[in-house]
Design a protein around this ligand. Structure first.
Ligand code: HH2
Length: 452
């Protein structure tokens, strides 16, 4: 019996379709694969898990392929069973690794509950349903509320009012990240933050507080003063000491996607495929976090609406937000009052974009957001109740605590017949052809063991 080390390097699987479907059927894209690997993945999944191929995806630049499969996600661990019987070529091992990625994507996509560990032995349960993160900007220049909360007493009052309105988290920041702004020195950020974080913590012992900063020094002082979560819009790329701090403090971290920096990000944002690039960015940042010793269960992912994105990019990400659930982490969405909403409706003053924000927030929740970052907390609490009721098909007050999103139970696939091992065709690794790969019914050998 031999042990095989899998290399999943570079393989990514993402669920493309199934948002709020009552049926546990998922359409999954796995990429990048060679044509031969596409054939193997298709053969394995069709044979053991009733997945069926629905299409191919190709990237002309890299000449790599992806395969799109549709089916019921099951436990794919039996696929590996065959590795214990026979040593396969690298191509075949990669095909099996791709099956594992598909399984991880399916599991991640269907996940509805997350438990974040906070300082002082507290916990923050996220999901099922969507939590509200109330925004408190202690800045003179934030795009929608700059200058309103520079007086610490007023800021504390507003933070406590948002908690009373139902905010699950308060996000306190002292540096505007609106397009074109320059960084605020850490000492100045802390001068603004200190009385507000300390004041809110003194008045409300348990409300979870996140500090919106990309400076490790500011985050460290904020955590000492009672903050619980770090919200870093640079996803720990802005300050090389941030990862070590978050790792040693063992606090949750928001990893946000941004193209460029606040100073440059809106000059000419450009992507070949925005959702898959954000997906790849998250994978890279999650790997960097794990390498720094950060528990993956303590991470929150945010696609960064308005951070290096055109109106079309923001709309594409919102429409396809659910695909990013494949990573199995809670998704945070900050669309509140942002300029792309104003460009749709022609409403200029950010503080007048309440209706736009509530609708976009509710749509994000429907598409899988676990946390909405919002300025108008009371309005979002109500809007999210409607979104959740539509997603579950019952008024939010009537949803049983343990109910899952899907009222139809998953139908388990027939158990694999391990007495009839599956073998790849001899010579499968040779003679890869150019052109579009064709799934071959013979190769899959559906009849051999009578499984569909
Ligand atoms: N947006 C802003 C600031 N911080 N953090 C996360 N995780 N996600 C966001 O979308 C996000 C964020 C910008 O909004 P705001 O804080 O209201 O404005 P400003 O940066 O001008 O203070």
């Amino acid at each position: 019996m031999s042990t095989i080390a899998f290399s999943t390097a570079g393989l990514r699987a993402r669920v493309l379709a199934s948002v709020n479907s009552p049926l546990p059927l998922l359409t999954v894209l796995v990429e990048p694969l060679s044509q031969q690997e596409c054939r193997h993945v298709t053969a394995l999944l069709a044979r053991f898990h009733q997945f069926r191929i629905v299409g191919w995806a190709s990237d002309e630049r890299s000449e790599k392929w992806g395969v799109i499969l549709s089916g019921a996600p099951g436990d794919l661990s039996d696929v590996e069973f065959f590795l214990t019987r026979r040593v396969f070529s690298n191509t075949k091992v990669r095909s099996i690794a791709a099956c594992r990625e598909i399984q991880a994507a399916a599991k991640g996509y269907l996940r509805e509950r997350f438990l974040l560990r906070l300082p002082r032995g507290r916990e923050l349960a996220i999901g099922p349903g969507t939590s509200v993160m109330g925004v408190l900007n202690v800045t003179p220049d934030s795009f929608s509320d700059g200058g309103r909360y520079m007086d610490p007493d007023r800021a504390i009052e507003h933070g406590l009012a948002m908690a009373a309105e139902g905010a699950d988290i308060l996000d306190i920041g002292a540096e505007s990240t609106r397009p074109g702004t320059k960084p605020v020195p850490p000492d100045e950020q802390w001068r603004r933050l200190e009385p507000v974080i300390s004041g809110i913590r003194a008045a409300a012992k348990d409300i979870p507080i996140s500090v919106d900063t990309s400076s490790a020094a500011v985050a460290e002082r904020a955590l000492e003063a009672g903050a619980d979560i770090v919200n870093d819009v640079t996803a720990m790329r802005g300050d090389e000491r941030m990862a070590a701090l978050v790792s040693s403090a063992k606090v949750p971290i928001v990893l946000m996607h941004m193209q460029g920096t606040p100073e440059t990000m809106q000059i000419a944002p450009s992507y070949a495929e925005v959702v898959s690039e954000i997906d790849a960015f998250f994978r890279e940042r999650l790997a960097a976090a794990a390498k720094a010793g950060i528990d993956p269960e303590q991470t929150i992912l945010d696609p960064g609406f308005g951070f290096g994105k055109t109106v079309a990019h923001n709309l594409e990400i919102l429409r396809r937000l659910h695909e990013l659930k494949s990573l199995g982490r809670p998704l945070l969405v900050g669309v509140s009052r942002k300029s792309f909403l104003g460009k749709i409706t022609g409403i200029e003053p950010p503080s007048a974009r309440t209706i736009e924000s509530l609708i976009a927030g509710a749509l994000a929740a429907f598409c899988g957001a676990s946390i909405i970052r919002a300025h108008d907390v009371a309005g979002h609490v109500r809007a999210l109740k409607v979104a959740r009721s539509v997603a579950t098909g019952m008024p939010v007050s009537e949803i049983p605590a343990e109910s899952s999103r899907s009222p139809i139970a998953a139908v388990p696939a027939a158990p694999p017949d391990l007495s009839a091992p599956f073998f790849f065709e001899d010579g499968d690794d040779e003679g890869e052809e150019d052109g579009e790969p064709e799934p071959s019914d013979d190769e899959e050998g559906d009849e051999e063991d009578g499984r569909a």
